[in-house]
Design a protein around this ligand. Structure first.
Ligand code: NAP
Length: 486
């Protein structure tokens, strides 16, 4: 189930959120600790204002909530809710530290259920399984753990424990960006529900809005037969790839799911992913080189550029591919034609993983390439690999004319979105300026080039085309043509 967390200041504001997301949600949580004082006195009227089951939660500050009143008043509010003559709350969330109250027995006998929760905002306890096991005070209580994975080891501990903990009803989730896959995969992990917040007012770190959960991740369709794919990177949550891949699966009516994983240790993560049944991953910064020693096999493109952006499950390991090359070339081929590269000149700014794919793509088609990089040794090494020229990045004015200038550094995207690598380079109209960055749509580099009369290309087309090539590798099927990528 998707549970919409209601953290409005008034009941009517919360009813507005229910109306907005009604078609995506099956249950709501009234976070009464967010309500204005005058509204708090009306909470027992709330369940009859909606046709959905409602969880009552009154969270204290130390547990991540907003409750400012005394503890006695909080407990009395739960007791009053339990004895209300009105249509009742279906669930109450009581924290681990609270005892089992006398009134709970009547409440449970009449069909109510207790969610017994604990929260850890600083990590994932090593003894998570035991903590979960010891949570319920009386039989029938649903154990809930909301913990904060800080690294890949934490995430794997959380995923493995959740999977192995086979209680009929449980809610186990990871907060923050690293925990997002546990929210998307909650059906596969056996969690009773996943929490979502209205767009823009996340009640807890890592909440996705219900519309995205359903429209991007097709939450209600995930089952044990769903084929699993994803993207690994760090950071990765800004990526548009889940929108592209999941939309393609939807159009082809194929039961597949693509999830973003913010990972710092690809080695350990990929071992878990084999066990869990993942079949393929996109790989992004900073792991494109780090995954190469982990590969069982690699195709010619990976061997040529020593950068791998696609992993395909091969037995109990992974084979590596690179679709950045085809993706990068796609918009240039549209301009120059497949045979129009030979004899042209290009400047490539940067000498990282993406630059290697770019230099290989251009040099192998007969373009004369000059590479400029902050660390000049890396420019020199890359130039030697592909028989190109190289120079230092610090002198944009000294760079000669080239038909094409490709920006492959990270300068121009958040958090360095007010920078560009060659602020003193003088563009000439007639040049093509190509920035691999796609967010923002127009970097400082591209904006200056456009004002100088250059034709500009951002990284979106490359992203889409390399993603479509991955889609083919993942599913064996061409990306459906009539799609709007999101
Ligand atoms: P990478 O391997 O980490 O390389 C980063 C490059 O940026 C290196 O050349 C590095 O220079 C340079 N750099 C970093 N900080 C710099 C600074 N402060 N000043 C000057 N140069 C700096 O990353 P990558 O995989 O090549 O990716 C690079 C960019 O391409 C990213 O923005 C990525 O999003 C984009 N990309 C887009 C697509 C797409 O589909 N559109 C695909 C792949 C990549 P040093 O060698 O001196 O550190």
């Amino acid at each position: 189930m998707i549970c919409l967390v209601l953290s409005g200041k008034t009941l009517s504001e919360n009813l507005g959120y229910i109306k907005q997301y009604r078609s995506y949600i099956q249950i709501v949580e009234l976070r009464a600790d967010f309500l204005d004082d005058s509204e708090f006195t009306l909470i027992n009227r709330f369940p009859e204002m909606t046709d959905l089951p409602v969880i009552l939660t009154i969270r204290k500050r130390e547990d991540g909530g907003h409750w400012r009143g005394r503890e006695k008043a909080r407990i009395e509010a739960f007791q009053l809710a339990a004895s209300s003559r009105l249509r009742r709350f279906s669930f109450m969330d009581l924290e681990e530290a609270l005892p089992s109250f006398e009134w709970e027995k009547d409440w449970i006998r009449e069909g109510g259920r207790i969610i017994r929760s604990f929260h850890d905002f600083n990590g994932v306890p090593m003894d998570l399984a035991a903590r979960l096991e010891n949570l319920p005070r009386v039989s029938g209580e649903i154990p809930k753990a909301a913990v904060t994975p800080l690294n890949t080891a934490d995430l794997l501990n959380l995923l493995r424990t959740t999977e192995a903990y086979s209680r009929e009803d449980k809610i186990v989730l990871g907060m923050g960006d690293i925990g997002i896959p546990t929210r998307i995969l909650s059906r596969r992990l056996g969690s009773f529900l996943t929490f979502c917040s209205p767009s823009g007012i996340s009640a807890a770190p890592g909440h996705i809005n219900p519309e995205s959960m359903e429209k991007i991740y097709h939450f209600s369709k995930i089952d044990n037969k769903t084929r699993l794919f994803g993207i690994i990177g760090n950071p990765v949550m800004h990526t548009l790839s889940p929108g592209l891949h999941n939309r393609g699966y939807e159009l082809l009516k194929t039961n597949c799911l693509y999830i973003p994983f913010q990972i710092d240790d690809p080695d350990e993560f990929l071992k878990w992913a084999v066990d869990f049944g993942f079949e393929g991953f996109s790989v992004t910064v900073p792991h494109k080189e780090r995954v190469i020693p982990l590969l069982r096999m690699m195709d010619e493109s990976v061997k040529a550029v020593l950068s791998c952006n696609t992993l395909i499950r091969s037995g109990s390991g992974w084979s590596g591919h690179n679709t950045d090359i085809a993706g990068f070339l796609s918009p240039l081929q549209a301009l120059w034609g497949v045979d129009g590269f030979k004899g042209r000149s290009a400047i490539v700014l940067g000498a990282g993983g993406a630059a290697r794919a770019v230099v290989h793509a251009l040099a192998s088609r007969g373009v004369a390439v000059t590479i400029y990089n902050r660390t000049s040794k890396k420019a020199e090494d890359l130039a030697a690999l592909f028989n190109c020229r190289w120079g230092r990045l610090d002198d944009g004015r000294g760079m000669e004319y080239a038909d094409l200038i490709v920006q492959t550094t990270i300068l121009g995207m958040f958090p360095v979105d007010n920078e560009e690598p060659v602020s003193d380079y003088i563009f000439s109209s007639g040049q093509i300026a190509y920035d691999l960055i796609y967010t923002p749509e127009e970097t400082l580099f591209l904006s200056r080039a456009r004002l100088s009369g250059c034709r500009i290309i951002n990284g979106m087309e490359m992203l889409v085309q390399q993603g479509k090539a991955q889609f083919l590798l993942f599913t064996g099927r061409d990306y459906p043509e009539d799609t709007v990528s999101s």
